[in-house]
Design a protein around this ligand. Structure first.
Ligand code: DNO
Length: 353
């Protein structure tokens, strides 16, 4: 496995010189952030990222994310131009040495939480999702300044309402068709460029605000992989996104999709799933702090030949750190050290065949 770390570019408070000091750090995961979804990234911007990362002794091999324009998800006539732009971005990042691209196919809202700084008993703060808080919010009807963490801040309220309204007639089947249309055009380009596409599961992995969500469980991941049944069409296994539903057996999925060679990127995060569908809280990476068997997942990956990228996903805020929720340095660095330990243990205790 290649250990990686998400970095938000030159503006990020978490500096590359700190990240490189995490033992075993190999790859920086980043993106060109100053361009709206659907536009082509300049070679200068991509090259500047590469230069900074390599200047700090690391590699730029994973992009998270190249966002998929809403018109593609909606299946509008304008999608062909946006898909062509997407393909051009694949070509350009591949030229710069990128090997894996993470993206998602969630309508309108990316990851959604109701609290960004929920205090845990040890005084750290974390991201949390409480279903009753979500149920009280209707972003399509409310005219206040309603917002939830994770929403795309580049939308004005009016734009958000109008794009969400366009989804009123959208069904899961239509969304699947639009995803298939996208993959038919994008995966062949990825194959030529030697890039692995890695879709991120929906977070949380269920429908919110009446919008369809389809990358949610094993059955749907099987269906997704068959849409383009080639290695370059793979997944980002996000343990927290899948693991916030107790119906998903993440250890089993890790082993199964790794054995198929279809996991290209892993987001390792632990969550505490609350009883009775009340939601979940993000927790420290250590298995005993949450609901997931983090060793079981790493072992399943290792035993099944996984050799892609792994990054510690969201961390809590600890030791007085402030910054981008989920993306501080300290707790993610603790997570990285823990993942190194789990991996070493897994490698030294191979499955007996
Ligand atoms: C949240 C991230 C997601 C992820 C996208 C991938 O912290 O895991 O925003 O980057 O869903 O496209």
């Amino acid at each position: 496995m290649k250990l990686s770390f998400r970095w938000y570019g030159a503006e990020d408070k978490v500096r590359l010189e700190y990240i490189r000091q995490i033992p075993g750090m190999h790859t920086i995961v980043t993106a060109v952030y100053d361009v709206p979804a659907g536009q082509v990234w300049s070679r200068e911007s991509i090259g500047a990222l590469k230069q900074q990362i390599e200047g700090h002794g690391m590699h730029f091999e994973v992009v998270e994310s190249i966002p998929v324009h809403e018109d593609i998800k909606l299946g509008k006539a304008s999608r062909d131009q946006y898909i062509e732009n997407y393909c051009e971005n694949i070509r350009r990042v591949a030229e710069a040495g990128v090997k894996c691209i993470c993206y998602n196919f969630m309508p309108v809202f990316d990851w959604t939480r109701t609290e960004l700084a929920h205090e845990l008993p040890d005084g750290s703060t974390t991201l949390a999702y409480y279903q009753d808080q979500v149920d009280r919010v209707n972003p399509l009807e409310s005219n206040g300044d309603l917002t939830l963490p994770g929403w795309d801040a580049s939308y004005t309220r009016e734009e958000l309402c109008s794009v969400a309204a366009e989804y009123q007639a959208m069904t899961e089947d239509r969304l699947w068709e639009n995803l298939a249309y996208f993959l038919e055009r994008v995966i062949p380009v990825a194959q030529v460029c030697g890039v692995n596409m890695a879709i991120h599961e929906d977070d949380p992995c269920w429908s919110i605000f009446g919008l369809p969500r389809i990358i949610t469980d094993e059955k749907n991941l099987d269906r997704f992989l068959k849409l383009a049944d080639v290695p370059n069409n793979g997944i980002t296994l996000c343990t927290g996104s899948l693991g916030c539903s107790c119906h998903n057996d993440v250890v089993k999925m890790a082993g199964k999709y790794a054995a198929m060679g279809r996991i290209h990127f892993v987001h390792m995060r632990n969550v505490g799933v609350l009883p009775d569908g009340r939601g979940f809280e993000e927790r420290a990476h250590l298995s005993s702090c949450g609901s997931l068997d983090m060793y079981g997942i790493m072992k399943a990956l290792c035993d099944n030949g996984f050799d892609g990228y792994i990054r510690p996903d969201h961390g809590r805020m600890i030791w007085g750190e402030t910054g981008r929720p989920g993306y501080g340095l300290y707790d993610r660095a603790l997570g990285a050290a823990y993942l190194n330990g789990l991996w070493e243990a897994a490698v030294k205790n191979p499955r007996l065949v």
